[in-house]
Write a protein that binds this ligand. Structure first.
Ligand code: NAD
Ligand code: USQ
Length: 402
């Protein structure tokens, strides 16, 4: 496998939490970068009455700031992957060698709110990815699709989790087959459907693709986001889009109990946002062969949510903050104690040097939460969506209707 130096990369979802720092990182590394985004994530903030803890600039202000500080050019096309006329024209004109696909609805609770949100999530994610596959086939068949999947595709089986494929012996015969999937939300299911469609396109059309089954990302600071206040990344802490560790840090900063759901034995893979951007770069510059579909498990450490909460309590204490943990009724249906041993060697083999949570918890998380604590809206912190309910209207105040 030859390592590429300079790649022409289209970043789908480049205004988002992972996409924006990735765009700057890849531009800084000397690649040609263009972003496509329809800014729908900002609309979902408005719908939910929530927003980023950090004050994020508009995409135009971000790009102005990036170019003012001398950053290598990042191009932008505003539009929707579901709009085939727009999207196919953009791909045909730019002719990328790699497409990094982040442009999906990314929240499990959002997808579980009600029928409308489940349908819109599945439609946005599955049809968007189908359009990506058809655009590659039609205009740039050698382009490498680097697709963000999720560790949650596998669920929490009582066996070791492999990187995408498992060798199975059944009734005396052997085969290497996709690892069984048992995801825990309509959102996580979209990633499974995407994986099947991408694998199919590789087998039948000969496309090349890397499915990055990413764990929960924490932090929001990268060397590029720190260069100008207008380059700051988003940081979600609300009960719908906020992820566990980011939420625990904000909760500690404002004296709110840390919201561990249920027993807290739920174990997940985690990684620093600085490792997300590096993993995506490593996958991009080391493409698979034409026709190959490969899967990398993209996380660096695994913890139970109770362990995470305890680490945050400890870190806060060093700053004189007495944080407390509250085991809340779990709004989700999931195993709260389980075996968890996923493999994750492929990205390490390509040269990933992981950041450790124990070394970055204070600087990249707790301190960001403390610096911005005046911006916290406490009314959006509680969980707003329950897996058992069939209908979960969300009020602007962020309260689950009874
Ligand atoms: P995000 O919501 O912050 O970013 C997604 C971006 O895609 C947004 O800017 C949004 O406006 C855009 N987008 C969505 N649908 C679009 C469409 N149809 N057309 C054009 N643009 C569209 O999410 P994120 O946290 O940055 O996650 C990025 C990807 O990584 C998602 O696919 C997510 O499922 C996956 N992922 C995220 C995490 C995490 O912890 N954040 C972990 C594992 C996987
Ligand atoms: N949890 C708590 N307390 C909270 C929030 C969450 O205990 O306040 C628990 C949840 O019940 C769950 C675990 O923490 O067991 C992870 O939840 P999360 O909200 O941090 O993350 P999740 O819903 O799994 O989704 C996030 C991203 C998603 C990505 C996924 C990776 O939003 O885009 O796909 O992480 S993974 O978890 O590996 O599937």
């Amino acid at each position: 496998m030859a390592t590429l130096g300079h790649v022409k990369i289209l970043i789908l979802g480049g205004d988002g939490f992972c996409g924006w720092p990735t765009a700057m990182h890849l531009a800084d590394a000397g690649h040609d970068v263009m972003i496509i985004d329809n800014l729908v994530r900002r609309e979902w903030d408005a719908e939910l009455g929530s927003g980023s803890l950090t004050p994020i600039a508009t995409i135009e202000e971000r790009l102005d700031a990036w170019h003012e500080i001398g950053g290598r050019e990042i191009r932008l096309a505003l539009g929707d992957l579901l709009d085939w006329e727009f999207f196919s024209a953009a791909v045909a004109a730019y002719r990328p060698e790699a497409m990094v696909h982040y442009a999906e609805q990314s929240s499990a609770p959002y997808s579980m709110m009600d029928r409308e949100h489940a349908v819109s999530t599945q439609y946005n994610n599955v049809i968007g990815t189908l359009n990506v596959l058809f655009a590659i086939r039609e205009f740039v068949p050698e382009c490498h699709l680097v697709k963000l999947g999720t560790m949650g595709e596998y669920g929490t089986p009582n066996i070791d989790i492999e990187e995408g494929f498992i060798d199975i012996e059944h009734n005396g015969r052997r085969d290497r087959l996709p690892f069984p999937k048992m995801p825990g939300s309509f959102y996580h299911l979209t990633k499974v459907h995407d994986s099947h469609n991408i694998h199919f396109a590789s087998r039948i059309w000969g496309l090349r693709a890397t499915d990055l089954n990413q764990g929960v990302v924490y932090g929001c600071v990268t060397p590029q986001t720190s260069r100008d206040p207008r380059l700051v990344n988003r940081f979600d802490y609300d009960g719908v889009f906020g992820t566990a560790l980011n939420r625990f840090c904000v909760q500690a900063a404002i004296g709110h109990p840390l919201s561990v759901y249920g027993k807290g034995g739920q174990t997940r893979g985690f990684l620093d946002i600085r490792d997300t951007v590096r993993c995506v770069e490593l996958a991009t510059v080391n493409p698979p062969a034409q026709g190959e579909y490969r899967v990398f498990n993209q996380f660096t450490e695994h913890f139970s949510v109770r362990e995470l909460a305890e680490m945050v309590v400890h870190a806060a204490k060093t700053l004189g903050i007495e944080a407390t943990i509250e085991h809340q009724p779990n709004p989700r249906i999931e195993l709260e104690q389980h075996y968890y041993n996923p493999k994750h060697t492929a990205l390490l083999d390509l040269g990933l040097e992981p950041h450790k949570l124990s070394e970055s918890l204070l600087d990249s998380l707790v301190n960001v939460a403390i610096e911005n604590r005046d911006r916290v809206d406490e009314s959006v912190i509680d969980p707003r969506v329950e897996w058992t309910k069939t209908h979960n209207p969300v009020s602007a105040a962020g309260v689950v209707a009874s």
